[in-house]
Ligand binder design. Sequence first.
Ligand SMILES: NC(=O)c1ccc[n+]([C@@H]2O[C@H](COP(=O)([O-])OP(=O)(O)OC[C@H]3O[C@@H](n4cnc5c(N)ncnc54)[C@H](OP(=O)(O)O)[C@@H]3O)[C@@H](O)[C@H]2O)c1
Length: 235
Amino acid sequence: MNILITGASSGIGEATARLLHTSGHTVYLIARSIEKLQILQSELGSRCFIEKVDVVDYSGVKQSIENAIHTMGSMDVLVNNAGLGVFDPIAQGSIEDWHLMFDVNVKGLLNCIHAALPHLIEQKGHIVNLGSVASHHVFANSGVYCATKHAVFAISESLRIELPDKIRITTISPGSVNTPFIDSTKNADLLKDYKSYFAAGMSPELIADTIRYAIETPSSAVISEIMVRPNRAVK
Ligand SMILES: NC(=O)c1ccc[n+]([C@@H]2O[C@H](COP(=O)([O-])OP(=O)(O)OC[C@H]3O[C@@H](n4cnc5c(N)ncnc54)[C@H](OP(=O)(O)O)[C@@H]3O)[C@@H](O)[C@H]2O)c1
């Protein structure tokens, strides 16, 4: 299959790119850190294409989706993975961080869906959105992040309800995963605890495997959501 992955320069996106490529798929990887994508591309070799794109920029996203379709010949799957979380108690939150989380996690995801949907409908394709356990639960110190991930789940559900036989839609909802994700948080008091909490989370490779499973499930079925949590006392 021909698969576009956003936020493929790190963490879950990078692990997913590697696994899907190894499984024989063609991958088109986008992120802002082109140097990291170049390193990944030189590791993966053929069937791997990269482009520097900020998902917040709709015209850039639209052009990139066109480039991906042209380069790969078609797009079967869009993996909306780009996202970030800046954790703070809500009374101490910065308006810039709140806007950034909504810009990337919600508007960036919508930009990609808007640009890719006509082609994906034509292809009877598949959208995989990275939600979170925070798509369903609200945690202290991450209220705005939780709001963005609730929005991601609502967007997935609306696609599932409105286009049931036109595209497949999957939400992947992990608990904590050991990636650089927590490095966006600047609150030193929170970081002390969260660093070790996320370091003890699941591996990005494990999440990549759930994404692969959803994508490779025969098209007669659709995995609408996978929630996966670390097997430990504190989730
Ligand atoms: N780690 C967890 O515990 C966890 C749990 C549940 C869900 N998730 C979700 O999983 C997804 C991936 O997170 P991760 O843990 O893999 O974090 P990560 O290692 O920090 O990776 C985030 C990726 O998003 C990309 N990105 C950020 N802003 C972007 C923008 N404006 N345009 C394009 N790409 C952008 C980054 O690339 P550049 O900086 O190069 O642009 C990077 O490749 C996120 O949606 C996150 O909310 C993570």
